[in-house]
Design a protein around this ligand. Structure first.
Ligand code: HDE
Length: 752
């Protein structure tokens, strides 16, 4: 081949990219072949073996690896080919009639390459366009055979593979991770009896009660159609115009204005099935069930100013966090909990369990943990897996059934329908990430992109020519719960659906003081972006039915007089069962009390006390955190004591908002050098403003003073998140620091 290439009429003064003899080609070994999916389970990332970002992933096999192996492609050591498998001799130059002549139409290799490229994009999801996915497993705690015959819940220890996709809702595919928004939490269980998709959100309630209103809701929140602004934001006229006219949305709006709408991490948010579903057991008996995912790391949020700044510093903040944690072997995990109640109990509640704008308070029906999900493998290819995965509320398995929630009914239709245009036809179930591990046999045939090659002459049932196969399963397959239906056809809503405010009040009253303050601030921010005064007024009049104090704060924040309360649809609404639900506050969800995977900045400069830096770094690594040495620039740092340090981040490329906590070093010369850099005070101020823990060692207290940071709260008591430690008592200072970081944030510091 080489001699043929050499004989070709190259322009001798302008050889192909790598030269005639490939002299400038990357040498063998200079590229990084992916770890073979067939041999081990670890995936490739430059951070995989870095103690700066955690520990190396442990090798382990995920059950979903096996079925997908048949389609995984690894080009290591392989020649380049066309899609027809023809070797490509030259991937640099199109075919021309002479070196300066016209390109030739018969260059099928160029045309195939460009044609494929022209069609690389597919339509993004109409909602939830931006998302991040991962593979994992679900493990059942105890058999639930009394309640359901659903395959994942039949035996203690039973493992079911899953694929999960987290998402924002309103933003486009390339938008940022940190807008104020609901987050999607969609789980595909590849069960032995077919795929079950639990397509949930990180909030337990939804804006509307009936699928009829979904397109209106989405049109209202998406960028306004005349100028396509704002991107990934609800703070604009059309959204609040719609909400003000839809009092049923107010409960979900309270969640949306709370810190739940700006999660610190996908790994630190709850998930909810939202609707009431049914469990059905082998005898056909049914109970109502609501699904809850509770993260082992606790439920934690950003604060708004931080979320806004992260949007610029790292728009992939949540995506990177999930990816890095899994690469580092810090597999995130959630407990699946269920609330189980009977139809008779449900009849008695003050709200309707078919209304997706209502929760069933945990104080009324406790959440029982039934299993644990762990995400332990990143996708190999974002498009093939995360983009092409198709979730669908209609994907249920025997043992799981629907209720008459009118929102759910619309979803059962919508998800299949949307894939027809998004994934280009009715065979999207054959795309590897969507294919069940349970065998698929039926008489559906043909259509775009059909993969299966069906054999034989029979594609109908009943048949005798194929011996009646594939045959109906009878009760072994999916049998719907025989819910009796005998009513007139009407367009309308049940009476209890008309009560909108009890649970909005319950949510607000159950929050801690800082959480309530954040809700008021969020309303103030969002409504201040509405340019039509009547829209602001309508919202504040609605808030008067939730909380007079909240309405007054928001009105004050908007510089407006309090309007009359909005008339209620029900003059005498049913009294709520409870008026406080501690479970609704983030304070109820601290997690396991550790600091695993928390990113901690250790500021460094020439002249810092290197021994202290190294020892803190080691202690934080031992606690499972991710300490990073952050300098004025990246690269080597000469400490006053100890070994040379290597700053792997700078205050410019990894600003303060990307870290959960901060350590200021000891060492006079180093402190002086940091004080000379204008970024230092900004870095410290943002840590402080966002309620994070700061440890100031030795003389670095002067950096706090320089940034105007007090070490006490406004009432004069010590700030529990500001620790000033002497170098001699390093061990106890670091211990206190770790405990303070585990509290996530110190909201007592906040003044608005
Ligand atoms: Fe969705 N929703 N939705 N939704 N939804 C979609 O399906 C829809 C609703 C949720 O990561 C779409 O494949 C209707 C509630 C998630 O791929 C679409 C209604 C909840 C995801 C659709 C709702 C959700 C979607 C867009 C009201 C929480 C992302 C692309 C009747 C329980 C899944 C797609 C993923 C995606 C329709 C309301 C969660 C258009 C009609 C309530 C997590 O089919």
């Amino acid at each position: 081949i080489n001699s043929t290439v050499a004989a070709m009429p190259y322009n001798p003064t302008k050889p192909a990219e790598y030269g005639h003899d490939n002299a400038r080609a990357p040498s063998e070994g200079a590229h990084h072949p992916p770890a073979s999916a067939l041999v081990g389970a670890s995936t490739l990332a430059e951070t995989n073996h870095s103690d700066k970002t955690g520990r190396a992933a442990t090798a382990g096999r995920n059950p979903t690896v096996d079925p997908l192996d048949r389609v995984r492609v690894d080009a290591t050591g392989q020649p380049l080919t066309t899609n027809q498998g023809v070797g490509v001799a030259d991937n640099q130059n199109s075919l021309k009639a002479g070196l300066r002549g016209p390109a030739l139409l018969k260059d099928f290799i160029l045309r195939e390459k460009l044609t494929h490229f022209d069609h690389e994009r597919i339509p993004e999801r109409v909602v939830h366009a931006r998302g991040s996915g991962a593979h994992g497993i679900f493990e059942c705690y105890e058999p639930l055979t009394k309640l359901t015959r659903a395959a994942p819940f039949q035996e203690a220890g039973k493992i079911t593979p899953v694929f999960v996709r987290f998402s924002t809702v309103a933003g486009e595919r390339g938008s940022k991770d940190t807008p104020r928004d609901v987050r999607g939490f969609a789980v595909k269980f590849y069960t032995d009896e077919g795929n079950w998709d639990l397509v949930g959100n990180n909030m337990p309630v939804f804006f509307i009660q009936d699928a009829m209103k979904f397109p209106d809701l989405v049109h209202a929140v998406k960028p306004e159609p005349h100028h396509a602004m704002p991107q990934a934001a609800s703070a604009h006229n059309t959204f609040w115009d719609f909400i003000g006219l839809m009092p049923e949305s107010i409960h979900t709006i309270m969640w949306l204005m709370s810190d739940r709408a700006i999660p610190r991490s996908f790994r630190m948010m709850q998930g909810f099935g939202v609707h009431t579903f049914r469990f059905v057991n082998a005898e056909g008996a049914s109970v109502f069930v609501k699904f809850h995912w509770n993260p082992i790391l606790g439920t934690h949020s950003l604060v708004w100013d931080e979320a806004v700044k992260i949007g610029g510093a790292d728009p992939d903040f949540n995506r990177r966090d999930l990816w890095d944690a899994i690469e580092a072997g810090e597999y995130p995990s959630w407990e699946l909990g269920v609330q189980i109640f009977s139809e008779e109990d449900a009849e008695k509640y003050s709200f309707d369990v078919l209304d997706s704008t209502k929760i069933v308070p945990e104080e009324l029906v406790p959440v029982t943990p039934i299993g644990r999900m762990t995400l332990n493998r990143n996708p190999d290819n974002f498009f093939a897996e995360t983009e092409q995965v198709a979730f669908c509320s209609a994907h249920v398995v025997p043992g799981i059934d629907f209720t008459n929630d009118p929102l759910l009914a619309g979803r059962i239709h919508s998800y299949v329908d949307t894939q027809l245009s998004r994934l280009g036809g009715p065979n999207f179930h054959e795309i590897p990430i969507n294919a069940p591990i349970a065998p698929v046999q039926n008489n559906q045939r043909d259509g775009m992109h059909r993969q299966a090659i069906h054999r034989g002459s029979v594609s109908y049932e009943p048949n005798s020519l194929a011996g009646g196969c594939p045959f109906q399963t009878g009760v072994a397959g999916y049998v719907p719960f025989p819910e009796p239906v005998h009513q007139d056809e009407v367009r309308g809503k049940p009476e209890k659906f008309a009560e909108h405010f009890n649970q909005a009040t319950l949510f607000y009253e159950s929050q801690s003081a800082p959480e309530q303050a954040h809700i008021a601030a969020a309303f103030r921010f969002e409504l201040s972006k509405c340019t039509v005064p009547a829209i602001r007024e309508r919202m504040v009049s609605m808030l008067r039915n939730v909380s007079e104090s909240l309405a007054a704060q928001v009105a004050q924040g908007l510089g407006m007089a309090l309007p009359e309360p909005m008339p209620r649809a029900l003059a005498n609404p049913p009294a709520p069962e409870i008026t406080r639900s501690p479970a609704l506050s983030l304070l109820a969800r601290p997690g396991d009390g550790g600091i695993r995977t928390r990113k901690i900045a250790l500021l460094v400069a020439d002249g810092v006390d290197g021994e202290a830096v190294a020892s803190i770094q080691a202690a934080l690594l031992a606690a499972g955190a991710v300490p990073r040495l952050v300098g004025s620039r990246i690269g080597p740092v000469k400490p006053a004591t100890g070994d040379a340090l290597d700053a792997d981040a700078s205050m410019e490329n990894e600003p303060s908002v990307l870290f959960d906590a901060l350590v200021l070093p000891a060492g006079e010369a180093g402190i002086a050098a940091l004080a000379r850099d204008g970024h230092t005070a900004e870095f410290i101020k943002d840590q402080y403003r966002h309620g994070k823990t700061i440890l100031a060692l030795g003389a670095s207290r002067s950096l706090l003073d320089g940034a105007g940071i007090p070490v006490t709260l406004v009432d004069g008591s010590p700030d529990p998140g500001i620790l000033v430690g002497a170098e001699e008592s390093l061990t106890s200072s670091v211990k206190a620091f770790i405990e303070a970081v585990a509290r996530h944030r110190h909201p007592e510091r906040e003044t608005d």
